[in-house]
Design a protein around this ligand. Structure first.
Ligand code: GRF
Length: 206
């Protein structure tokens, strides 16, 4: 059965695009991106979705309480066949914290990408945090979403060396290149039914 994927975005949409390309090229098998939803109507990510022929929906969150907005998002996902217990929800630069009710609804079926080697540097500006701390190694993490921010079970991580002449932009762009590799890999593993969550660990079967 085809896995139906819904992708939540807020901005640039480069991770969204890497996933759309991977589905089109058959690197992610037995899966289709059914809908892209943005809390920002002006997000570039919505234009990327349309360009790829994917349904793009804006659900503006300004003036709407978090819980209410999240249930509007869940409704739109379901309308597009991304059902709890069946579909997969991907956060790709989604700048909102999902309430527990949403995380529980799609339990074990929401993924996020974060530009640090978690649990180091959660939250905003992770690349800047790594530089400011003087870390020698930075990187990115794909993880399942739990209701605590950037804290769910880790699926794939990739390390990126911090160079002495790095600034936030140069480091962020080297990390981003790796994000575009590991996010589609993690989605492919999920679509192939090869991921199993055991406590904090994610086991990958061959
Ligand atoms: C990425 O760095 C991702 O790790 C973080 O937000 C950024 C989104 O970029 N969660 P894009 O919208 O995918 O280009």
């Amino acid at each position: 059965m085809t896995l139906r994927i819904g992708i939540l975005v807020s901005g640039r949409g480069s991770n969204l695009e890497s996933i759309l390309i991977s589905v089109r090229r058959g690197l992610i098998k037995e899966a289709a991106v059914s809908v892209v939803i943005s809390n920002r109507p002006e997000a570039r990510a919505l234009r990327i979705a349309k360009r790829h022929g994917v349904e793009a929906v804006a659900i503006d969150d300004r003036g709407t309480p978090t819980e209410e907005h999240a249930s509007m998002v869940a409704e739109a996902l379901m309308e597009h066949g991304v059902r709890p217990g069946e579909g997969l929800v991907l956060l790709a630069g989604y700048m909102k914290i999902l309430p527990r009710s949403f995380v529980d609804l799609y339990e074990g079926r929401i993924m996020n990408i974060h530009p640090s080697l978690l649990p180091a540097f959660p939250g905003m500006d992770a690349q800047w945090q790594a530089l400011a701390y003087g870390a020698k190694v930075a990187g990115c993490t794909v993880h399942f979403v739990a209701s605590e921010v950037d804290a769910g079970p880790i699926i794939i991580q990739k390390a990126v060396e911090v160079r002495e002449d790095d600034d936030e932009d140069s480091l962020a762009s080297r990390i981003l290149r790796q994000e575009h590799r590991i996010y589609p890999q993690a989605v492919a593993l999920f679509a192939e039914g090869r991921l199993r969550i055991q406590g904090r660990r994610v086991l990958v079967s061959r």
